[in-house]
Design a protein around this ligand. Structure first.
Ligand SMILES: Nc1ncnc2c1ncn2[C@@H]1O[C@H](COP(=O)(O)OP(=O)(O)O)[C@@H](O)[C@H]1O
Ligand SMILES: [Mg+2]
Length: 353
């Protein structure tokens, strides 16, 4: 066993030796201190050796000393090659980052602290690049979502100004719908950025679940009375831990989707019950359901499974992103399940504190 380990150890070392770059001979040494020690020892040895040879073959001691010093300098230059290059590269890459270019990486083969720093630097650069990409996507998505209702409003207004359309209630109603869409989008963006920044802390308390669900349903029914919503809370005096205002927002967002995807005349159910961890709230609908492949993605910002349809009658794809942030802040879980025979069942679990 020990022998096998020893053999393996040796194999690794030989492997490492084979990879030593002759241009940077000290790369495998794992610490700067050791490297410096090695360089100093080698320099002293060469100095003494050259001096001794010089004196032995009868060269004047002063000339021999100069020769020894030059030999030592050359050796130090050779051995310490590449030791500081990653640092220079990092400085250059940091400069490039300050200008917004996150594509630069530091190349290093050394195993010492500089190598570790360089690898950490590369990881940081990758993460910054990813953050930058997400930010760009966000700006692009937001602009796109804002443009749609603004264009529609502009067209309606131009038609009014040109006399093509009449200033009748129907025209104003479509215009109002676009303004409402804009308002909703801006409100959702504000909510999301506040949640992500942690500006609005949760105001946790023990609240009764049934009145909260009833309230959310009543609000939803004002907007979309064609789909009935049933509330089933078991037991009726069930209480949960959390920020009632935020939980209301989660339920409202889930209800909005459930009602939108359920054909008119269908019913949506909102259920709540006690569970092992705390309280489970479910919203069940009779729509098409969410395919297995989309289950994780629907919580992403601006993600809509059916973009074409959502563009006309849905939101901007922020509702579930907001819901997930709120549930995460509560330390809970939210996920969609399949409902038989068809439909979606959104399950939210709010743990007890
Ligand atoms: N109950 C549901 N049934 C089917 N698909 C759903 C349901 N809820 C959400 N989805 C899918 O998830 C996407 C994201 O939902 P959401 O974040 O609320 O955005 P939005 O409602 O603005 O489209 C929806 O566009 C839809 O494709
Ligand atoms: Mg929604």
């Amino acid at each position: 066993m020990i022998r096998r380990l020893f053999n393996r150890r040796l194999a690794i070392d030989v492997e490492q030796l084979r990879h030593i770059d002759i241009r940077r001979p000290l790369d495998p040494i794992p610490s700067i201190k050791l490297k410096l020690g090695f360089v100093i020892a080698a320099a002293v040895a060469v100095t003494v050796f050259v001096f001794w040879i010089g004196v032995t073959i009868g060269v004047w001691p002063s000339i021999s000393g100069v020769l020894a010093a030059v030999a030592a300098m050359l050796l130090v230059f050779f051995l310490s090659r590449g030791m500081t290059r990653p640092l220079r590269e990092m400085a250059a890459a940091a400069d490039a980052m300050a200008r917004g270019d996150y594509s630069r990486r530091v190349t290093t083969t050394s195993h010492d602290e500089v190598g570790t720093l360089a690898r950490a630097f590369n990881e940081m650069a990758s993460e910054l690049a990813e953050t930058d990409r997400v930010r760009r996507d966000l700006v692009a998505n937001v602009s796109h979502e804002l443009r749609t209702p603004i264009t529609a409003l502009q067209v309606a207004l131009e038609n009014l100004v040109d006399g093509v359309a009449q200033a009748d209630p129907a025209t104003f109603k479509t215009m109002l719908a676009q303004v409402e869409r804009l308002g909703r989008l801006v409100q959702q963006l504000l909510d999301l950025s506040r949640l992500e920044a942690g500006v609005v802390p949760l105001v946790r308390e023990e609240f009764r679940v049934e009145p909260l669900l009833e309230h959310a349903v009543r609000e939803q029914q004002l907007h979309e009375p064609s789909v009935g919503v049933a509330v089933l809370v078991e037991p009726t005096d069930l209480t949960a831990d959390g920020d009632p205002e935020r939980v209301h927002q989660v339920v409202a967002n889930l209800l909005e989707n459930a009602v939108r995807f359920t054909p008119s005349g269908g019913t949506v159910e909102v259920r709540a019950r006690r569970s092992d961890l705390g309280v489970t709230i479910e919203v069940l609908d009779e729509g098409p359901g969410i395919p297995e492949t989309e289950r994780a993605r629907v919580f992403e910002r601006f993600y809509r499974a059916d973009a074409a349809r959502a563009a006309t009658d849905g939101g901007a794809g922020l509702g579930l992103a907001i819901a997930r942030w709120i549930v995460d802040l509560h330390g809970g879980d939210i996920h969609p399940e399949r409902r038989e025979p068809h439909g979606c069942r959104m399950v939210v679990t709010l743990p007890r504190t």
